[in-house]
Design a protein around this ligand. Sequence first.
Ligand code: DGJ
Length: 545
Amino acid sequence: MKSIDIGDKIRCSYIESLQMNHALSREARVDLHPGEGMKVNGESFFVLGGELRNSTAGFAEKMQSLWRNAADFGLNTIILPVCWEDIEPEEGKYDFSLITSHIESARKHGLRLIVLWFASWKNATSSYAPEWVKRDLVRFPRLQIKQGVSANAVSCFSKNALDADSRAFAALMKRISEIDSCARTVIMAQVENEVGILGARRDYSPLADAQFNSPVPDALLRHLQEHEETLHPQIARSVSRIVNGRELAWKDIFAEDADEIFMAWHFASYLEKVASAGKKENNIPIYANAWLPNPGRDKAGQYPSGGPVPKVLDVWRAAAPSIDFYSPDIYRKDFRTVCEEYASNANPLFVPEAKWDNGASSTALYLAGHQQSIGFSPFAIDDILHTEHPLSTVYKFLAAMDKKLADAKRKGEICSFYQQDEDEKLVLKLGDFSAIVRTKKIQDGGSIPSAGIIIAEGNCEFTVAAINATIEFSSSPGFESNIEFISADELSFEDGEEKILGRLNGDETYHGKTLIFDSKPRIIRVKLNENSFPLMHQSGWEFPG
Ligand code: DGJ
């Protein structure tokens, strides 16, 4: 390890043998620009990611070939766990060799990393806590799903657990900063994983009971009153029960939602302290992820009660200002609906976990064109890195047009679509036009949701990148495809440069009125004839946000 001076005050140690694929800079930073995306060292960066299976990062041999395969696949970021039990097997003695070597390998292959801090909780249990935490039930008490019945999860009311977890996360972030603040290989950190209590709506330990019967903290009530306009409806209905100057308990204000909101406040307060301890050492974006309610398992406690699910995000925001955003792990079919819920209130939209099936190509396209999205990453990416998976094609396709996408996001001239129900007809309002999107039935019977990106070019022109869809245009949502094309050209992007491949007409556009996309993504620039419908008014362009 050697230290280099890259500025007046900033020193950055790096690994000597390193082939530095990322530029070194004393300005190295990661910034979130709500509505425009993320910048890494001043450049727009959209995460074309993949999350490793939980145990892969600890297997040296598996990891050896994985880096090259990941880069060849078209990933620009790997999401990997850093486990508390690995870095602090003995209390107060840290071992950062694994993450140091992963940072080195990622850099060699031009990849960025997002680290998952598996510590007090991983999937609502404490299986990643070190042995000295797991064994000491007095110093590190557990959550109780009923009085006297412990969950296999540390209590979020345990000050000892909070202090030990925060110290370890701060030490990790300090280490990352020492070796990486000049390069920002590690661009973000997820604090804990899918927190909350499973098996009960709230913790029934004596520690929790005492808190549950105490007044709701002023800070939460003030936040809810100050943000009344934008609150989730399930929280908003409680605000009228707040009486300023009167101390009220959780049940008095939140009624039947009290248990979950109480747990959300306490989990969020815990994660706030861990996140802020880490941020002091290494200022990169930090997020928390959610295990979502699922059909048939949609009651708090069937999914982790208190985790950052949409209806309690307002509570999390009040308790955890150091957490930059919240992310859904989406294994549900209604992918678009979940994304819209998480994109509200200017929350950067990042999906760190989803299925890697054929539908992943569609979700990747949808998110890449979503005004608020900063990235996508299916779970268990290690399972598909050796195959000709369609996601590899889509990632390379998106990487080639990333400058175009970033520019369109900056100008607010982009929107995207994703068909979450079979045969769903989507109608997108594009200024004076509407785009009508339908599924293109695939011959081989495969099922890939229609998805795509539309960029407004001005002068009735649009650039459309899509898969498995037909798109027609109309002059208002009330009319079916009454707009003819002046022209439709197929394009490609090579190293960011746009190239016209050829003109499409005849059968390839159903005679000048339909854009046709198959299961392989492609890009078409279409020019619409604004005179094809005589009553159309000619007002200026307005693009949906
Ligand atoms: C969600 C978790 O966050 C992941 O770490 C992993 O356990 C998956 N579930 C397994 O499907």
